[in-house]
Write a protein that binds this ligand. Structure first.
Ligand code: PLP
Length: 339
């Protein structure tokens, strides 16, 4: 293998040595086993292909100054995948099978965990799909759970710079009583057209409004939203947003720093009052927001007056990265150190 140029990795797929798989059949999950194959051989009538029985997760492993590998909040990802299983009637994946498969995938690909200080990390992608031939609309009776990993570069190549986002009123990502709260591919398919349109217009993401009233902020395509004002961390409460583990972590850290935390409906007009705002998710932790443009209403809310990330976002970002990399104490028990 050629040496990996750790500091120039992109956020893309790179082949590693192994992926790890567990199959559900006759009511039981098999012991997770590794393979070197990057392909899956499935029946053409599998429910994942026709009826969207597919859920995924995303988490990361980091190498610390001490050389140890730390996986961030794996247990929370396992629980969220269970809620995805319930949401689209897939066999429930036990937390232990999730964790064992993740640990095994990281361990077997240890040489792909980027060194401390490179800014890069190991992205872990668990995937659960319905297998077995089914033509009528019903859940599968067989499933495949697999975990692959790939080293990814720092999200911000040019530093922690705010970017503009757009409100596009002609699109919804998820319905109020639909599947917005679970992590399934279908939600992503539903967001591709709007996301592409926003990118073509020079925005980093779409900021979705609630689908029913078009009054309140929901979330950005693949990331939650937060705003900061008056020493308060404010994040939308909605029945159609995905419970981001990064957001949950930042709410805790904000509280630890003596800030108030509010999870409630956030009307669009409140954007005018935020001192800082950001998109949050595993990929970037925080991606600060420069400006929000409501394209159809011809309104613009400038968040960052000087074009730089604000002090609160920066502090939260550094604190969370510090915990993930082992530079800061893990006081909430979020980190699993690989044995
Ligand atoms: C995965 C995801 C997020 C971010 O969740 P994290 O657990 O923080 O990575 C936010 N919104 C959507 C729609 C997602 O799918």
């Amino acid at each position: 293998m050629n040496a990996i140029d750790w500091s120039n990795l992109s956020f893309g797929y790179m082949k590693t040595d192994y992926n790890v798989r567990s199959y559900y059949k006759d009511g039981k999950w098999s012991t997770p086993a590794e393979t070197t194959s990057e392909s899956i051989d499935i029946h053409m009538a599998a429910t994942c292909l026709h009826y969207g029985q597919e859920a995924f997760e995303g988490l990361k492993a980091f190498r610390g100054k001490d050389g140890k590998i730390r996986i961030f909040r794996m247990h929370d990802n396992a629980l969220r995948m269970q809620s995805s299983c319930h949401g689209i009637m897939m066999a429930e994946l036990p937390v232990e099978v999730f964790e064992e498969t993740v640990l095994k995938a990281v361990k077997l690909n240890e040489r792909f965990v980027p060194p401390y200080g490179s800014g890069a990390s190991l992205y872990i992608r668990p995937l659960l799909i319905g297998l077995g031939a089914q033509v009528g609309v019903k859940p599968a009776n067989e499933y495949l759970f697999l975990v692959f990993v790939t080293p990814v570069g720092p999200y911000f190549k040019e530093g922690f710079k705010p970017t503009p986002v757009a409100i596009l009123r002609g699109f919804d990502r998820a319905a109020p009583l639909g599947t917005g709260t679970i992590k399934i591919g279908g939600n992503y398919a539903a967001s591709l057209v709007a996301g592409n349109k926003a990118h073509e217009m020079g925005y980093s993401a779409v900021l979705y409004l609630d689908a029913k009233e078009k009054k309140y902020l929901d979330e950005c395509g693949p990331a939650n939203f937060f705003g900061i004002k008056n020493n308060t961390y404010i994040t939308p409460l909605s029945s159609s947003i995905l419970p981001s583990i990064t957001n949950k972590s930042l709410m805790q850290l904000a509280e630890d720093m003596g800030m108030k935390v509010e999870r409630r409906q956030v009307p669009e007009e409140e954007l005018a009052t935020f001192e800082e705002a950001g998109q949050v998710g595993t990929a970037a932790v925080i991606s600060p927001i420069l400006r929000v443009d409501d394209i159809d209403e011809n309104k613009s809310y400038v968040i960052s007056k000087d074009g730089n990330a604000g002090p609160v976002s920066t502090r939260l970002y550094n604190k969370l990265k510090g915990i993930q990399q082992g530079d800061e104490p893990d006081t909430h028990g979020w980190v699993t150190i690989l044995e």
